[in-house]
Write a protein that binds this ligand. Structure first.
Ligand SMILES: C[S@@+](CC[C@H](N)C(=O)[O-])C[C@H]1O[C@@H](n2cnc3c(N)ncnc32)[C@H](O)[C@@H]1O
Length: 246
């Protein structure tokens, strides 16, 4: 049987695609080269909860995941006191993994648990201008409570910053801000930064050109404090403010 040139090229292309798929699937399940040495060592010493290792395998943005882990480990090592907090919880995915990295901290969760509010959307440009109050509304506080299932969590349901009004004096070691919009990002920085313990950190997700409201709120805030902004090369660019110890 003689193959035509077309059939040979076709067979070659199919083999290349098959080999690439094989390589991809192998990498997905067995290649651990992307894991930092400190993580591998902690796994070897049985210091990583099984649930955290499972979450790591499933988490798509490895740089973001390991940055959370390095920051939480640093806070433990430097004995930075304070609670954890998240503004923008949605279904609780990132809160779940940060909690798994340190079960001992009280963890404050701020969200409407009903999606965005019109008053925040009105001022938006960029990707957020296409959003409506229906986005991120497919969640419920009770579902998130049963998913997170720990007394460490304190739920502050409602419009931020109104939901902070009756809170007592709190101090934070780590705050994850993931509210997508200018207004909550601005009021989040105004609320959390003065309550951040020296050595503590605020992480703001989506500091990139798709989200001009976030970039604007962060830049305006950082211009008024004596701290530098560190931007992480994770998929959506997390910006970080680390509070000076002196
Ligand atoms: C991108 S989602 C958060 C994703 C979440 N961190 C995760 O792990 O999947 C953004 C969330 O911010 C909340 N949000 C935005 N503006 C808010 C405001 N002013 N007050 C309270 N929650 C707000 C929305 O309800 C939505 O659940």
């Amino acid at each position: 049987m003689q193959l035509s040139l077309f059939q040979i090229i076709e067979a070659l292309l199919v083999s290349i695609i098959f080999l690439y798929l094989l390589y991809y699937v192998y990498g997905l399940f067995f290649d651990k080269n992307y894991q930092p040495k400190a993580w591998k060592e902690a796994a070897r010493l049985n210091k990583l909860p099984k649930q955290l290792q499972k979450l790591e395998r499933k988490y798509p943005d490895k740089v973001r995941f390991f940055n959370f882990w390095f920051q939480v480990e640093r806070l433990k090592k430097e004995k930075v006191s304070g609670d954890f907090a998240e503004l923008g919880v949605y279904k609780g995915d990132s809160a779940q993994l940060i909690h798994c990295m340190d079960h001992s901290r009280d963890f404050h969760l701020f969200d409407t648990f009903e999606g965005f509010q019109d008053q925040d959307l009105e001022v938006e440009t960029g990707k957020a201008a296409t959003y409506t109050p229906h986005n991120f509304a497919d969640t419920h506080i009770d579902t998130v409570k049963s998913k997170l299932n720990s007394d460490a969590f304190h739920f502050h349901k409602g419009y931020f910053p109104d939901s902070t009004r009756d809170l007592g004096e709190l101090k934070f070691a780590l705050v994850n801000m993931d509210a997508d919009l200018y207004n909550p990002t601005k009021s989040g920085l105004e609320y959390f930064y003065p309550r951040l313990t020296p050595g503590g950190i605020i992480l703001i997700h989506d500091y990139n050109p798709d989200w001009p409201g976030i970039v604007k709120a962060v830049d305006e805030f950082v211009a008024g404090i004596g701290e530098a902004l560190v931007v992480l090369p994770d998929q959506d660019s997390t910006a970080m403010i680390l509070k000076n110890k002196t």
